[in-house]
Design a protein around this ligand. Structure first.
Ligand code: PLP
Length: 404
């Protein structure tokens, strides 16, 4: 146990971690330090900063390398993911900036990556198209299939990229077993737990090396800002931070302020979303218009056992498929259009309930056959519950299912 372990609960850490008292100007929130660069009083101070000797640990040099508002957010996110105080967070302008910078920091030409078939599409695209163009090889395995991971490991394998729960089928990977397997082969693990948040799942406690979040979702929580974060041990986070300084995908201080503000209510929002989504999922099971329900809190979900073992709640996203006699795509679109309260939009994890049909949103340019090969059915609907009253969300879902 490290001496800096933060023994306060996660809801408290979401409010207070990273706040240095008294705050400058004695306000409650960490102020927005809206500056691109930072001044030095003398050349001696410049030299002390550059060499790291007698340097003020809280001073910054240039906005691409750090900013006090962003740094405070990073401290809070690190404390949320790792109460032992042994991890660092690096914040980014979006979840994709975080993912791509971390992968570029860990990989080089000739390396091999393993990733799972279900997961955020752009992550797979970055590995299978962008990294492939730079000579990084990859193998795609079925979600959570650790025997397939073991079989795919080669002497060149450097990284396993996971997501838990996955987007959109909510598959959960046994992260403790994944971490153990990866360590046996000296392979690093990077897991996207955007759908879980550190309130529901903390991969670092299970041995995962790096955690990534699209902070655009639950962490910020209000559908008003794009942000991303990587959390891991100091050595790995240091590599990512260094490359962020080169690639430049930094989080703007105003955006960092919005994420930090959202974090203060994270525990309340996640608790509400967990409860409402579970109620929706239970309501959908057995509904005559619904053929499949995907929610890790349901016993029928293929990875329910893993979810119960490693998660404290199952999150706010429920995916389901609707029955149709004819055109599955059009039928599901009619159901989506019949929601009265939920808004049609990509994204999730905010205070407003959002609904989308992946086939015409993220996978719009594919044919039905191509989508099916990618695992996306035309009649699939993804509902991301917000913080509205549970009864109103349920009414909205049941009303939508009455669509012709
Ligand atoms: N990871 C997951 C699981 C996501 O759902 C998303 C976005 O939808 C991302 C990463 C990318 O995050 P951003 O949109 O903040 O770049």
């Amino acid at each position: 146990m490290s001496s800096s372990e933060d023994q306060r609960g996660p809801s408290t850490r979401a409010v207070h971690a990273g706040v240095h008292r008294p705050e400058r100007h004695h306000g409650v929130p960490t102020p927005i330090v809206e500056t691109a660069t930072f001044t030095f009083s003398s050349s001696a101070e410049v030299a002390a900063h550059m060499t790291g000797e007698h340097a003020d640990p809280h001073r910054e040099e240039y906005g691409r390398y750090g900013n006090p508002t962003t740094r405070a957010l990073e401290e809070r996110l690190a404390a949320l993911e790792d109460p032992r105080g042994e991890s660092e967070c690096v914040a980014f302008a979006s979840g994709m900036a975080a993912l791509t910078t971390a992968m570029l920091a860990l990989l080089k030409q000739g390396a091999h990556v393993i990733l799972f078939r279900d997961g955020y599409r752009r992550t797979r695209q970055f590995v299978s198209k962008t990294l492939a163009a730079y000579g990084v090889e990859h193998t795609v395995v079925e979600p959570g299939d650790l025997d397939a991971v073991r079989a795919a490991i080669t002497p060149k394998t450097r990284l396993i990229v996971g997501e838990s729960p996955t987007n959109p089928y909510l598959h959960c990977t046994d992260l403790r077993a994944l971490a153990r397997l990866a360590k046996e082969h000296r392979v690093k693990t990077l897991v996207d737990t955007t759908f879980a948040t550190p309130l529901n799942l903390r991969p670092i406690e299970l041995g995962i090396d790096l955690v990534v979040h699209s902070a655009t979702k639950y962490l910020a929580g209000h559908h008003d800002v794009l942000a991303g974060a990587i959390i891991g041990n100091r050595a790995l986070a240091g590599l990512v931070r260094e490359l962020r300084g080169v690639l430049g995908g930094v989080l703007d201080p105003h955006a960092a302020f919005l994420v930090a503000r959202g974090l203060k209510t994270l525990a309340l929002r996640v608790e509400r979303a967990n409860a409402t989504a579970l109620a929706v999922a239970r309501q959908l099971v057995g509904h005559p218009r619904v053929s499949h329900v995907y929610y890790p809190g349901l016993q029928s979900h293929p990875t329910h056992g893993v979810a119960v073992e490693q998660m404290r709640g199952f999150g706010g996203v429920v995916s389901f498929r609707v029955r149709s006699d004819g055109d599955a795509l059009a039928t599901a679109s009619r159901v989506v259009d019949a929601f009265r309260m939920a808004r049609i939009a990509p994204s999730l994890g905010g205070v407003d309930t959002l609904v989308e049909q992946p086939a015409i949103m993220s996978y719009y340019e594919m044919t039905t056959e191509e989508r099916r090969a990618a695992g996306i059915e035309d009649d699939l609907i993804r509902l991301a519950v917000g913080v509205e009253d549970e009864a109103d969300v349920l009414t909205d879902v049941l009303t939508a299912l009455e669509a012709p």
